[in-house]
Design a protein around this ligand. Structure first.
Ligand code: C2E
Ligand code: CA
Ligand code: CA
Length: 782
C-alpha cells in the first residue's frame, strides 16, 4: 500500500534533480523510464534497483560535475538518495517479515498451495506441506502431470468450463491424491481460475482431510448402527414453554418408526401425547420432579409397558438416558412376543387346556387371595356321576365334548366368581362373598340344574348328574387346602349317599380319617392274613335247594373288628391292591367250596380290572384245576357298571373263560345303563337283579316293573335270573311268580364264615326244599 506513495516521492526527487541540474537528466530519465515500464507495483526489488541506479546516478553525476558543481547540490542529492535507500530498505524488511509469516501460517495448516496452467495442466507454482501430504518433495510434484497423482475417477473434477468461473465463487471438491508410497490421501480442494496476461491459471488450496473423513465415517457408521439397531431409538428434546416443561420428539431411527408407526407428523409432538404409557411410567418413577431438572432423567428403565397403536397393542421395555444438556434418548425394545409367550405360558399354567376354564393352580391362587383378604368365600366341588361310562362307551372324544359343553354352561352361571376344572370330571366354583350356607346351597342347586340339562352331541342325547360338596370360609376352614379338602369330603359324602349336594360336616372327617387309617393298614390284609371269605347261599326257586354260594370278602381287622367290603374295597382299588387281593379271595373261595360241597356252584366277585391281564383266563382255569372243581362250577360276578366301562378290554378274556365252561354273571343289574342288545354280545349266562329293585318291588311299581322287565328280557336272551337282597317271603313269592330262577338274601341266610356254611345250607334246604328230587348231599367239614 505504500508503494504509490513511494512512487510519488521518487518522481518528486527525480524531477527536482532535473530542475536543479540539467546534467542529471540522462541517468534520471533512464531510471524513471525503467521504473514505469516495469511497474512500481510489481516488486520491492524494482524499487531497490531504482534506488541503486539513482544512487549510482548521483555518484556518477557528482564525479562528472566535479569541482565546478556546487557542493550544496551534491550534498542534497546525497541526503535524498540516502533517505530513499533507507525507506526502501525498511520496506523490504517488512515484506520479508510478512512473507515469513505467511510461510509459517502455511506450515501450521496441512495444506498445499498450487497454481497450474490449464493449457498444459502443469503445475506452475507449489507451496505448503507437499512433502508431508503427498510424500514427495515440491520439486518432484511440480513436474508431475495430474494423471500421475490424481485418482483417475477424480480427474473429472477438473473437467470444468473454467472460463465461466473466473469471476465467480471458487469451486470446491474432494479428490484423492496418490502419495509417493502409492497410498491415497483424501484432499479437499478450493480452486479459483484466474486469468493472467491471457493465460488461464488455476490457483488452488488442497487440504488433507484424512482425519476429517475418518471422523465423518465414524459418525456415519454410528448413524448407520442407530438406524439399523433392532431397538427403537428416539431423541427427545427438552422444551420449557410458559414455565411448563415438556419433552418433544426430535428424531428417531427406523425401528422406532416401524415399531411405533411414527411419521413426520409426530415430529415436535409431546412425548406424553405420543407415548402416554411410557410417559406415565417415567413420571411415576421421577415422582413429580420436573423432567428437565439436571439435564433430564437418566438411566430410567421400565418393562412391559403397553403402547397402543390403533387397534394393535404391543409391549415394550424402555430405557431413558441423557444425551446432551437439552436432549434425552429413549431406547425401546419390542417385547410383545416375549410377553405373549409369557402370558401364554402363564395361561397354560393357570388354565385347563380342554375347556379353557381356570385350573387348580388358579383356583388355589384365587382362594388364597380371597382368604387372605378375609372374605367369606364359598367353595363348591363338583364331580360328575356317570362320566366314566360316557367316556368308556362313547369314547374319550365324546367325554371331552361333554366336559366342554358343561364348561360353557358353567361359565355362563351368574353369581359365581370363578369356575375351574380340577381335572377329569371335577369342577370347582368359587363365590367371593357368600352370605351363608343357604345361599351356597341355592347355587349348588342351580349348578345341578345346569348339569342335568340334556346334553346333545351329534344324534345322541345324554344326561349326567352331579355330586357337589360345599364348604364355606371361615366356618369350614381358613386355609385354601383345608377348605378344598373339606369340600372334597362333602362331595365324597354326597356321592356315597347318592345326594345331589352336601355341605361339609366336621363329623364326616371322622369317616375320612378312618379311611386314611385303614388305607395305611391295607397291606396287613394279606401280610397279616386278615382276609376272610364268607359265603351266602343262593337258592334255586324251583327246588328250594341251595344251588350255590357267593363268596363275600371280610377284613378281620384287629382293632375295628370284622369289616364289610364297603369299608375297604374302594381303598384297595384306589391303592391298586384290589387285583392281588381278588386272586387270593378266588383261591380261598375255591378251596373252601371244594371242601364243603364240590357240587355247589361258587360265585366270586371279580373286578373288571383283574381281567385286564391277558393271562387272567389261564390263571383262573389253573386255579379251578388246582381246587379240583370243573369250570362250570365257577360263576364270575362282574358288575354291570364295570363291564360297561371296560367291555372291550375284558371281552376276550370273558370269551375264553366262557369257552372253557366258566359262567359269567352280571351283578347289580339295573343300576348301569347297558342296553340289552349290547348285553347280547357278551358271553353272559346269568343276570343278578340289583338288590335295590328287589327291596323296593313290593312298595314301588317302578322297581317291580324293572325287576320284571329284567327277568323277561334276560330269559329271552337265555340267561338265568337271580334276585339278590331278598329279605321277606312276600318278595320271594313275587319273584317266584315272575319266573325268577334263583334268590339270595337274608331271608335264607346272611353271609356266614366257612365253618357255618354246611349247617346253614342244611337249614335252608330243610325249610325251603319242596321235593326230594335231588339226593341229599354229603356235606364235608370245613
Ligand atoms: P354284591 O356283590 O352285590 O354282594 C351282595 C351284597 O349284598 C353283600 O354285601 C351281601 O351281604 C348283601 N346282601 C345279601 N343279602 C342281602 C339282603 O337280604 N339284604 C341286604 N341289605 N343285603 C344283602 P357285602 O358282603 O357287604 O358286599 C358288598 C359288596 O362288596 C358286594 O356286593 C360286592 O360288590 C363287594 N364284594 C364282596 N366281596 C367281594 C370280593 O371278594 N371281591 C370283590 N371284588 N368284591 C366283593
Ligand atoms: Ca356279587
Ligand atoms: Ca349285587
Amino acid at each position: 500500500r505504500r508503494l504509490p506513495y513511494l512512487a510519488v516521492m521518487d518522481l518528486l526527487v527525480i524531477f527536482s534533480a532535473i530542475l536543479l541540474d540539467p546534467d542529471l537528466w540522462f541517468p534520471m530519465t533512464i531510471a524513471a523510464l525503467a521504473a514505469t515500464s516495469i511497474g512500481w507495483l510489481l516488486s520491492v526489488r524494482v524499487a531497490l534497483l531504482l534506488a541503486v541506479i539513482s544512487t549510482a546516478g548521483v555518484g556518477i553525476t557528482g564525479l562528472v560535475t566535479g569541482a565546478d558543481a556546487a557542493f550544496a547540490t551534491t550534498a542534497l542529492y546525497g541526503v535524498v538518495t540516502f533517505t530513499l535507500g533507507l525507506t526502501n530498505g525498511s520496506l523490504y524488511e517488512q515484506r520479508t517479515k510478512a512473507a515469513r509469516r505467511i510461510t509459517e501460517l502455511l506450515d501450521s495448516v496441512p495444506v498445499l498451495l498450487w497454481e497450474a496452467d490449464i493449457a498444459d495442466a502443469r503445475l506452475t507454482y507449489v507451496a505448503g506441506h507437499v512433502e508431508r501430504i503427498l510424500g514427495v518433495d515440491a520439486e518432484t510434484w511440480s513436474t508431475m502431470s495430474p494423471d500421475d497423482w490424481l485418482h483417475p475417477d477424480d480427474l473429472d473434477a477438473f473437467d470444468v468450463d473454467w472460463d465461466a468461473h473466473v469471476d465467480g465463487e471458487p469451486l470446491e471438491h474432494e479428490v484423492r491424491a496418490r502419495r509417493g508410497d502409492g497410498t491415497w490421501v483424501p484432499l479437499r480442494q478450493i480452486v479459483r481460475p484466474v486469468r493472467v496476461g491471457g493465460r488461464l491459471l488455476l490457483r488452488g488450496v488442497s487440504q488433507d482431510i484424512t482425519a476429517e473423513q475418518r471422523a465423518r465415517e465414524a459418525v456415519h457408521q454410528y448413524a448407520e448402527i442407530v438406524q439399523r439397531m433392532h431397538d427403537g431409538l428416539i431423541v427427545l428434546r427438552h422444551q420449557v414453554v410458559d414455565g411448563r416443561d415438556t419433552l418433544r420428539l426430535l428424531r428417531w431411527n427406523r425401528s422406532a418408526q416401524e415399531l411405533l408407526r411414527l411419521t413426520d407428523a409426530h415430529r415436535d409432538l409431546r412425548f406424553r401425547d405420543v407415548l402416554p404409557g411410557i410417559a406415565r411410567d417415567v413420571h411415576r418413577q421421577i415422582d413429580g420432579r420436573p423432567l428437565a431438572r439436571d439435564g433430564g432423567p437418566d438411566g430410567l428403565t421400565g418393562t412391559e409397558i403397553p403402547v397402543t397403536l390403533g387397534a394393535d397393542a404391543r409391549w415394550v421395555d424402555y430405557e431413558l438416558f441423557r444425551v446432551s444438556e437439552t436432549a434425552v434418548a429413549l431406547r425401546i425394545s419390542d417385547v410383545t412376543s416375549r410377553k405373549e409367550t409369557q402370558d401364554l405360558l402363564r395361561r397354560q399354567a393357570t388354565h385347563d387346556h380342554l375347556t379353557g376354564l381356570l385350573n387348580r393352580v388358579a383356583l388355589v391362587e384365587h382362594l388364597e387371595a380371597a382368604l387372605a383378604a378375609e372374605r367369606h368365600v364359598g367353595l363348591l366341588l363338583l364331580d360328575l356321576d356317570q362320566f366314566k361310562e360316557i367316556n368308556d362307551t362313547l369314547g374319550h372324544h365324546y367325554g371331552d365334548r361333554v366336559l366342554s359343553i358343561l364348561a360353557r354352561r358353567f361359565s355362563r352361571l351368574e353369581g359365581v366368581d370363578l369356575v375351574a376344572r380340577l381335572g377329569g370330571d371335577e369342577f370347582a366354583f368359587l363365590v367371593d362373598e357368600v352370605r351363608d350356607l343357604t345361599a351356597l346351597e341355592h347355587l349348588a342347586e342351580r349348578v345341578a340344574t345346569v348339569v342335568e340339562q340334556t346334553i346333545g352331541i351329534d344324534d345322541l342325547s345324554m344326561r349326567v348328574g352331579p355330586s357337589i360338596g360345599l364348604a364355606l370360609a371361615p366356618e369350614h376352614g381358613h386355609m385354601a387346602d383345608v377348605l378344598l379338602q373339606h369340600a372334597d369330603i362333602a362331595m365324597y359324602q354326597a356321592k356315597r349317599l347318592g345326594r345331589g349336594h352336601m355341605a361339609y360336616r366336621p363329623a364326616d372327617d371322622r369317616h375320612t380319617l378312618d379311611r386314611l387309617a385303614l388305607m395305611a393298614e391295607l397291606p396287613n390284609l394279606l401280610a397279616a392274613d386278615e382276609l376272610r371269605m364268607w359265603f351266602q347261599p343262593k337258592v334255586d326257586l324251583r327246588t328250594g335247594r341251595v344251588a350255590g354260594v357267593e363268596a363275600l370278602m371280610r377284613w378281620e381287622h384287629p382293632r375295628e373288628g370284622l369289616l364289610v367290603p364297603d369299608r375297604f374295597i374302594e381303598l384297595l382299588e384306589v391303592s391298586g391292591q384290589l387285583t392281588e387281593v381278588t386272586w387270593v379271595a378266588l383261591d380261598r373261595s375255591l378251596s373252601t367250596v371244594a371242601r364243603v360241597d364240590p357240587g355247589l356252584s361258587i360265585a366270586v366277585n371279580i373286578p373288571a380290572r383283574a381281567l385286564h391281564d391277558p393271562d387272567a383266563a389261564t390263571r383262573i382255569l389253573d386255579r379251578l384245576a388246582l381246587a379240583g372243581l370243573p369250570p362250570e362250577r365257577l360263576h364270575l360276578e362282574l358288575t354291570e357298571r364295570e363291564i360297561m366301562e371296560d367291555s372291550t378290554s375284558v371281552r376276550a378274556v370273558l370269551d375264553d373263560l366262557r369257552g372253557a365252561g366258566v359262567r359269567i354273571s352280571i351283578d347289580d343289574f339295573g343300576t348301569g345303563y347297558s342296553s340289552l342288545s349290547y348285553l347280547r354280545r357278551l358271553p353272559v349266562s346269568e343276570i343278578k337283579i340289583d338288590r335295590a329293585f328287589v327291596a323296593g318291588m313290593l312298595q314301588n311299581d317302578h322297581d317291580f316293573l324293572i325287576a320284571r322287565a329284567i327277568t323277561d328280557l334276560g330269559h329271552n336272551l337265555g340267561h338265568r335270573i337271580v334276585a339278590e337282597g331278598v329279605e321277606d317271603e312276600a318278595t320271594l313269592e313275587l319273584l317266584r311268580s315272575m319266573g325268577c330262577d334263583e334268590a339270595q338274601g337274608f331271608l335264607f341266610a346272611r353271609p356266614v364264615p366257612p365253618e357255618q356254611l354246611a349247617e346253614v345250607i342244611r337249614r335252608i334246604e330243610d325249610r325251603w326244599g319242596t321235593s326230594v328230587t335231588r339226593p341229599r348231599r354229603t356235606v364235608g367239614r370245613p
